[in-house]
Write a protein that binds this ligand. Sequence first.
Ligand SMILES: Nc1nc2c(ncn2[C@@H]2O[C@H](COP(=O)(O)OP(=O)(O)OP(=O)(O)O)[C@@H](O)[C@H]2O)c(=O)[nH]1
Length: 607
Amino acid sequence: MVKKSKKSKSKRVPLKKKYKIIKKVKEHHKKKAKEAKKLGIQNKSKVEKDPGIPNDWPFKEQELKALEARRARALEEIEQKKAARKERAQKRKLGLLEDDGIAQLTDGASEREQNLGERVDGVDSLGIAKIRDNLDRTFYKELVKVIEASDVILEVLDARDPQGTRCIDMEKMVLKSGPNKRLVLLLNKIDLVPREAVEKWLKYLREELPAVAFKCSTQEQRSNLGWKSASKAAKPSNLLETSDSLGADTLIKLLKNYSRSHEIKKSITVGVIGLPNVGKSSLINSLKRCHVVNVGATPGLTRSMQEVHLDKNVKLLDCPGVVMLKSGDSEATIALRNCKRIEKLDDPIGPVNEIIRLCPAKTLITLYKLPSFDSVDDFLQKLATVRGKLKKGGIVDVEATAKIVLHDWNEGKIPYYTLPPTRKQDEHLQEATIVSELGKEFNVDEVYEAESSFIGSLMSVEDSRHIEVPPSCPLIFDEKKLEDDLQPKVLVKESEQPKEMNEDSGDQPMGCDEEDAGKTMAKTVNSRQNEQLYAAEGILNTKLQRAEKKKRKKAKSSGTDDMDADYDFKLDYAGRGSTMEDADESGGDEDNQIHSDVPMSGIEIDG
Ligand SMILES: Nc1nc2c(ncn2[C@@H]2O[C@H](COP(=O)(O)OP(=O)(O)OP(=O)(O)O)[C@@H](O)[C@H]2O)c(=O)[nH]1
């Protein structure tokens, strides 16, 4: 056996020894330096001392002043940068600035405005609103692009409130965009609702369009995302806990059926659309079985169209969630649809009040482990105390607590579900034939049958502690927001005039006035892009729709249509450079132009 050394392993030495070593090292260095000096070797490069400006230099005074000014300017710049950084941080805190993506957009927007000759002094609150509008518009354009490029469009709905996450205008847009476009509804997040709700909603939705149920994989690893095939669905108790996706095989079967439904097997492009946070990106990742697109609980994470090849026959397109929407519901209820950034909400307490109205107090008390509460303020105060959400000075942070509750609502920690409304008799009789035709193309019977096995394994209402809440109203596009507000309304009409008309008449656009012509030249990149997009038949052009609406309103109030035509830029704009007669003539033309060019003028959006 090897004997253990009795010597201490410690590196500690007595101070006497330590100082001796230091002394020896010093002596050694001294000796070495002396020797080097003798030999004339210089190891260290001597730093030359700045002798400064010689006193007898004639411009010393001026040079010193310039130096001082340069130094002051540099300091000022540093201070300014610091202040700007602080301001940005403050705005980000308030939720006004989102992230670098927006920062880039900010630069882009201000650049564009400078190009137009407008002065933009930094990013004020108005500027931020404009940036956000631009971002929303960009998302809308991406939606248009996805619809244009797709053969099959999957509208993803949140199974908890499918009606509230449905956008009627978006569906109309798909159906009008071409006879070969197919719309399929996808009920996602079925793990968050009881079985009965899924079954009832599927039955309801299938009366209008093909609809399938789905649960996305919520696994976080990069690849090998789990799939539970329909035949091997988990037990009800396990289904809520599993992070595997459900229904991927049935959905792929549905898509393959469609690609095979024509005589020749053709490759198809599948666009995935829907409101923010319904799980569009998660769906793509689940189908691809790896994290190919970004996923997160923050609405608006996807910012541009993304292409993913599932295989050689199926291409998937991820689309940003459409945000320019409105509904008849109150602001507070809209915030509960998981499509708004909670951090950006002006009043997070209103939606919490709505939650308290919808949920039994007992559920919230059990969920948040509170003794009791009698109002929204009381609820938030007590919850803030329990969660330790305190501001400086020990004041409870009610707003931050309200945001926690809203996050819990959106992420499914407060379990709720809705049931479909009862249809009026004879409603959707027309759709029945369309549905049966589509059903053949997708061979839905086979898919629905395979799907029923995993739906059957979902938890029933009796076993779950879900709260039933009334379904929300479907959403429509907010045409006010969609309108390009950088462009004057008259310009919108003018831009739609055929080129020949301007050429024939020899008129400058918007009359002969140089200033007006300049305005036309200053059409934004945005509006030009819009025109290209709207030029495609069947795409909702809200600018024209609004222009028409305004015209109709005016005609109503004045009693005659001619009055309106007279007013139209002839007197106020074109009239400056041309005669009244000309103005009247071209006014009529213009009218016709607007009506004939509106691709979806048939769609009426409730204002
Ligand atoms: N429980 C559950 N959560 C899901 C499911 N699908 C998606 N999620 C969650 O929902 C959140 C939003 O998912 P995303 O895929 O980013 O949604 P999106 O529609 O692409 O959102 P945007 O990029 O904002 O348009 C994420 O936190 C997902 O984990 C699902 O089937 N079940």
